[in-house]
Design a protein around this ligand. Structure first.
Ligand code: NAD
Length: 357
């Protein structure tokens, strides 16, 4: 099949593209604007494949989308392009409204026009897969509660509100226009090629540099972590096999407090990289608690039983194996992250006084 992936130069999108090229026979068109978060170096291992193409395109650019659809003739669209960092959405929400809401609208309209011209099997099998987050559900109140596919939406940040809006648009385009859509809402991802402003890579790279490890509030926020390659496998499974109109929650059954994650990272670094920066006896002495993020949700946790029952998906990595692989990857790939740090993004942009998520 021809699979058009938006945001394929980002953290999760690049894992999806690598999985599609390495483990399937599908052809891939990666459509990405290459914002600060897009990095084609994450695709170096597959860029030479004759089943891979790249187009630097903005999802808000409707004429460009129409031309690309006409040329590539996609069977499936996997829509991951988004502004994705909560802190940036608090500092400047405009790009989140533009890309996550208006961009999704433009993509839906381009898809609807293209799909309307299809016939036969190509029309029947066409899918628009919208990739979203568990943050649309807001905070979980009870300690035993889990997000299911029917949990009401209650987003807290400009980021999650913009993602919630895009989910509503996608469902409306299905209900009103019949566009064959599927949706997924996933918990926090981690793994290789993760942009250094997010919690796990931020802590690994700060620790290696002997810098403070800034933890928001008391570090008691709970997230349900999923290894990015497990997510990529789930996404391709949903895009290629799920029934039209379905929604699946995807999670790793790995609920951890942020402070627990940071302690585990310090322990892994003690084991895998005992040569510490000068003047530091233990990595964990770098942990510092900083003022909490406004509107910070305390707990997210996913009930992923529907995707397990319907499609047979379950994660292959535990948090322990996935985190070990991740730390090892950052230790073995300083060229990748050093070039990111030397570029548009700098650790001081997020600041020593702020945490990361
Ligand atoms: N990272 C997570 O833990 C997580 C969890 C659940 C869901 N999600 C969702 O998965 C998707 C991918 O997340 P990610 O972490 O890989 O994000 P990311 O920020 O790493 O990547 C986003 C990609 O989208 C591209 N992009 C941004 N604006 C664009 C535009 N206007 N047109 C075209 N391309 C554009 C960027 O260049 C980048 O390559 C997002 O929709 C996000 O909401 C992420």
């Amino acid at each position: 099949m021809n699979i058009l992936v938006t945001g394929g130069a980002g953290f999760i999108g690049s894992a999806v593209v690598r999985h599609l090229i390495n483990d399937t026979e599908h052809r891939v068109m990666n459509l990405d604007k290459l914002t600060y978060a897009g990095n084609t170096e994450s695709l170096a291992s597959v860029a030479g494949s004759d089943r891979y193409q790249f187009s630097q395109t903005d999802i808000c650019d409707r004429p460009a989308l129409d031309a690309l659809f006409a040329d590539f003739q996609p069977d499936i669209i996997m829509h991951l392009a988004a502004e994705s960092h909560v802190d940036r959405s608090i500092e400047g929400p405009a790009d989140f409204i533009e890309t996550n809401i208006v961009g999704t609208y433009q993509l839906l309209e381009a898809a609807r026009t293209y799909w309307g011209q299809l016939s036969g099997d190509k029309r029947a099998s066409f899918r628009f897969h919208h990739i979203s987050t568990d943050e649309v559900y807001g905070d979980l109140e009870g300690t035993d509660d889990l997000f299911t596919e029917t949990t009401p939406y209650a987003p807290s940040s400009p980021y999650s509100a913009s993602k919630a809006s895009s989910d509503h648009l996608v469902r409306a385009w299905h209900r009103t226009f019949g566009l064959p859509v599927v949706l997924t809402n996933c918990s926090n991802n981690y793994g290789p090629y993760h942009f250094p402003e997010k919690l796990i890579p931020h802590m690994i790279l700060n620790a290696l540099a002997g810098k403070a490890l800034p933890v928001y509030g008391k570090g008691n926020q709970i997230r349900d972590w999923l290894y990015v390659e497990d997510h990529a496998r789930a996404l391709v499974l949903v895009a290629t096999t799920a029934a039209v109109g379905e929604t699946y929650n995807i999670g790793g059954h790995n609920e951890k407090q942020n402070i627990e994650v940071v302690h585990t990272l310090c322990e892994l670094l003690e084991e895998l990289h005992p040569e510490k920066p000068a003047g530091i006896a233990e990595y964990k002495e770098l942990i510092t608690f900083v003022k909490d993020r406004p509107g910070h949700d305390l707990r997210y946790a996913i009930d992923a039983s529907k995707i397990a029952a319907d499609l047979g998906w379950k994660p292959q990595e535990t948090f322990e194996t996935g985190l070990r692989k991740t730390v090892q990857w950052y230790l073995e790939n300083p060229d990748w992250w050093q070039r990111v740090l030397d570029g548009d993004y700098r650790l001081d942009r997020i600041g020593e006084d702020k945490g990361a998520a």
